[in-house]
Design a binder for this molecule. Structure first.
Ligand code: 4AD
Ligand code: MG
Length: 457
């Protein structure tokens, strides 16, 4: 039986069988104590075996990390901090582990655990992280499905650079030894069986197509950015959730983002209590109080222009300049939501020059109907906007940016036929997990991190 179910037992159980991996083992001449974990929950089960077990002599040779199977009776435990223990009648070693097993019982640094990323799921911290990640993935679908949003799979291989930042990883079928040439130069335009493609940076553009047919949709998939930034919150491959809603403006978009985040927080509090308790005790003090308050909080809002004012009047010595027209850096974002409002903060209406081409132009001609949601410690967790639904305004903006409107003809078509106001946003899933767990580094909330220079496995 899986430990999660067994440990929730209300009464002692006769003859149960458990399987899992050994966390620790203490053996004396008379008795052997084994902490067993099977990943289904944070807690381990204590197995107690004495000389009545046939192969008792063998048990002292079981290594930390070994895979075993045990059966016996689940009884009240006299030990502190645990309700049950298993009195073993039979124990089988499925796969032993020798003493070179790297996850011995001591605290390892996260850097070290990254170097054994294939084994770290067997540690307490990463067990908790990946259970939280699993629970929240489910909650994402539940939130949108309950609201009748259509889940759409947008393509991974695409010809469009949604954010226009030139961060597409190229997808190529070219034979590097024998590339097609045009006047002696490699013809990169032909790299995907004749088309020029890359890995998607966002499913939004295709999401918009579906929103103008199904009204409310969302995507949830991997996205890729070839930005060479080595920070604790950027990864080359990350997961993004992108809802897109028709008949909606920026205020509707912010409302959806707020409801969504609160829902996820509540879901985690309700379904991941044991793991969050661990994060609270070992990773971020006060996490549980913060999340409990967040579950019912109303988020603050200020415009980009107000944010710049706040930063200028802050008396802080920022590393990066603060000037209307310049993008907010992580230190600015953190100051705003940690010092000014102390909680999640929507910053809206950014200058058009620092935002993507598809955002709806505001009346002032200088700003666009954009929003970023900033949260303490992590900074930007969501980026979104109302989209430019007016064909003439959108084409003019694309031309201003030297983008060929023909290259996105399919995107413009939905402005030609049956256009409507619509809005959406992208939530970075790893940043969400960082926020809810207190984990500091994006590499420690994704099973197999891909960052510049790192793509093991
Ligand atoms: O702000 P971004 O670039 O917005 C978009 O991609 C829009 N197309 C979304 C939309 O409106 N549908 O990215 C959205 C979020 C960010 O707020 C951040 O949480 C996350 O994606 N993100 C990253 N997470 C990890 N590593 C990176 N390199 C990330 N880049 C963005
Ligand atoms: Mg952004």
């Amino acid at each position: 039986m899986r430990l999660k179910k067994l440990l929730a037992a209300e009464a002692p159980q006769q003859n149960v069988e458990v399987r899992g991996w050994v966390r620790t083992l203490r053996a004396s001449k008379e008795v052997c104590f084994i902490e067993l974990n099977d990943g289904s929950c944070f807690a381990s089960l204590q197995l107690v075996a004495d000389r009545t077990v046939d192969n008792f002599a063998e048990l002292a040779h079981i290594g930390t990390g070994a895979c075993i199977k045990a059966s016996g009776n689940l009884v009240d435990s006299p030990a502190k901090g645990q309700r049950w223990e298993l009195h073993v009648s039979e124990l089988t070693v499925i796969g032993n582990a020798d003493p070179s097993y790297p996850l011995q019982k001591k605290r390892h640094t996260f850097e070290y655990l990254r170097s054994i990323a294939h084994l770290r799921p067997r540690s307490n911290t990463f067990g908790a992280v990946f259970r939280l990640r699993n629970a929240l993935s489910y909650a994402v679908h539940q939130f949108f499905q309950q609201r009748d949003f259509l889940y759409v799979h947008t393509p991974i291989i695409t010809a469009s650079d949604c954010e226009g930042a030139g961060e597409l990883f190229r997808v190529t079928t070219l034979d590097p030894a024998n590339p097609p040439k045009n006047n002696g130069r490699i013809d990169w335009q032909k790299d995907f069986f004749g088309a020029r493609t890359g890995l998607t940076v966002s499913g939004q553009l295709q999401g918009e197509l579906f929103a103008t047919a199904f009204s409310d949709i969302y995507t949830f998939g991997p996205t890729f950015r070839a930005e060479n930034s080595n920070t604790s919150r950027h990864a080359s491959e990350f997961w993004m959730i992108e809802p897109e809603i028709a008949f909606a403006n920026l205020a509707d978009d912010c409302q959806l983002a707020e409801d969504f985040l609160r829902y996820l927080v509540k879901y985690a509090l309700e379904h991941c209590a044991e793991d969050l308790q661990f994060f609270n005790d070992r990773i971020e003090k006060g996490l549980l109080d913060k999340l409990t308050a967040l579950a019912d909080a109303t988020f603050s809002t200020m415009t980009y222009t107000e944010a710049i004012e706040q930063l200028k009047n802050s008396g802080q010595n920022f590393e990066f300049p603060v000037e209307w027209g310049l993008d907010l850096q992580s230190e600015h974002e953190r100051y705003l939501c940690e010092q000014v409002v102390n909680g999640p903060l929507f910053v809206t209406d950014y200058p058009k020059e620092i935002k993507a081409f598809y955002m709806r132009a505001n009346e002032d001609g200088k700003t666009v109907a954009a929003m970023d949601l900033l949260v303490p410690r992590v900074g930007e967790i969501i980026g979104g906007s109302q989209r430019e639904e007016r064909l003439d305004v959108l084409t003019a903006r694309m031309e201003e940016l030297d983008m060929a409107p023909e290259s996105l003809d399919w995107y413009l078509d939905i402005r030609r036929w049956g256009s409507c106001p619509h809005a959406g946003f992208g939530l970075g899933f790893e940043r969400l997990i960082m926020y809810l767990s207190g984990m500091e580094n994006i590499r420690d909330v994704i099973p197999f991190p891909r960052t510049p220079g790192h793509a093991e496995f």
